[in-house]
Write a protein that binds this ligand. Structure first.
Ligand code: AKG
Ligand code: FE2
Length: 301
C-alpha cells in the first residue's frame, strides 16, 4: 500500500456491519493505515518513551494529569498506558485524528458529530514466562471510567501498530456485553486476574459469556461500544505489543456533575477536568476544541 489517502467511502461500514455493531458491540474495519504511517507511529511512541515531545502544553508536566509525563520508559517488563500521546506526538495524532476513524465512528453510533475524548498508548511487554499474568488488561467497560460523561454513545477505536493475534495479546471483546449495564464494578483495567473478573464481577444477566479475540492485520482497526466488556491476555511472543486506543465522544456528550453533593471532596474527577475550559457555571466543558477537537460533522446515516 502506498501512503496515499485511503478511500473513506470504501472503508465505511455497510448497513449490515452497522447492524452487527449494534447487535454485538464491536466492529472490525478493513485496512485503513499504511505501513509508513504505522512505522512513523512506532517511532513516535519510542520518542515519547524517551521523553521527547513534538509539542508541549501548559499541563504537559503535571503528574496529576498523567503520571507518565516526561518519565522515560525503562522498565520494559510490564505494560504502560500513556494517556495523552496524541497531544505530544504528531505521528500518533495522525492516527488518532484520522478522518476515516471518526467517519466510521459516526456511522456505527449514528452520531452527527464526533469529538475526540481521550487516547491511550499501550505498550504490552512480552511476558517473562508461561502462566504469568504480566501485561494483562483486565476485562472492563470503558464507560465506567467516564461517569461524568452524560452520553451512552461513546465509542473506542483500537489501533494496533502491527499484526495482532492471540499470541501477542490482541484485544478480546465479550460479544453482546454492551447490553449488560449493571456492571459498575468494571473499573478493572489494572486487575490481572481475568478469571476473578469473569466469575465474581461480571453480571451477564443470564447470557452466555462469549469471548471473541480480535486478530487484526496491521492497518486494520477495531471499534467497540463504551459498554462492551473487553480486555487482553499476556503477550507470549518475543516482541512488544503496541496499540493506540482512541476514545471518542458524540457531539451531544456533556459533563454531568456527580460532585454536587460533596463538592468539598470531589469523588468523580477525570484528568480532563483539570485541563479543559469551563462553562459559565464553572463546570468542565467537554466541547473545548483545544482538548476535544471535532473530528467529524455530517448527517446521520
Ligand atoms: O490494549 C489493551 O489491552 C486494552 C485496550 C482498551 O482497553 C481499550 O481500547 O479501550
Ligand atoms: Fe478499554
Amino acid at each position: 500500500m502506498t501512503d496515499s489517502e485511503p478511500d473513506v467511502h470504501a472503508l465505511l461500514p455497510s448497513a449490515e456491519d452497522i447492524a452487527g455493531y449494534r447487535r454485538d458491540g464491536y466492529y472490525v474495519s478493513g485496512r485503513i493505515f499504511s505501513d509508513d504511517l504505522l512505522a512513523a507511529a512506532v517511532e513516535g511512541s519510542e520518542r515519547l518513551y524517551r521523553g521527547e515531545y513534538d509539542e508541549r502544553f501548559a499541563w504537559s508536566d503535571d503528574p496529576a494529569v498523567d503520571p507518565h509525563f516526561g518519565v522515560p520508559f525503562t522498565d520494559r517488563t510490564r505494560s504502560r498506558a500513556d494517556g495523552y500521546a496524541s497531544f505530544h506526538s504528531l505521528a500518533l495524532r495522525a492516527l488518532a485524528r484520522h478522518p476515516v476513524i471518526s467517519s466510521i465512528a459516526a456511522a456505527l453510533t449514528g452520531a452527527t458529530e464526533i469529538r475526540a475524548w481521550k487516547d491511550q498508548l499501550i505498550y504490552k511487554a512480552p511476558a517473562s514466562g508461561p502462566g504469568e499474568n504480566e501485561g494483562v488488561t483486565g476485562f472492563h467497560q470503558d464507560k465506567r471510567y467516564w461517569p461524568t460523561c452524560r452520553s451512552d454513545r461513546m465509542i473506542t477505536a483500537w489501533i494496533p501498530l502491527h499484526d495482532c493475534s492471540t499470541r501477542n495479546g490482541c484485544l478480546v471483546v465479550i460479544k453482546g456485553s454492551h447490553r449488560w449495564r449493571n456492571n459498575h464494578a468494571l473499573v478493572t483495567f489494572d486487575e490481572r486476574n481475568q478469571d476473578y473478573i469473569k466469575s465474581e464481577l461480571i453480571n451477564s444477566e443470564g447470557d452466555e459469556l462469549v469471548e471473541v479475540p480480535l486478530q487484526l492485520r496491521c492497518g486494520q482497526v477495531s471499534f467497540h461500544d463504551c459498554y462492551t466488556i473487553h480486555g487482553s491476555y499476556p503477550n507470549v511472543s518475543d516482541a512488544p505489543r503496541r496499540a493506540l486506543s482512541v476514545h471518542l465522544q458524540d457531539g451531544e456528550n456533556r459533563y454531568r456533575d456527580l460532585n454536587f453533593l460533596s463538592s468539598a471532596k470531589p469523588v468523580f474527577l477525570h484528568s480532563h477536568d483539570l485541563i479543559c475550559r469551563t462553562t459559565e457555571k464553572g463546570l468542565p466543558d467537554y466541547s473545548d476544541p483545544d482538548i476535544f477537537p471535532t473530528l467529524y460533522r455530517g448527517t446521520a446515516r
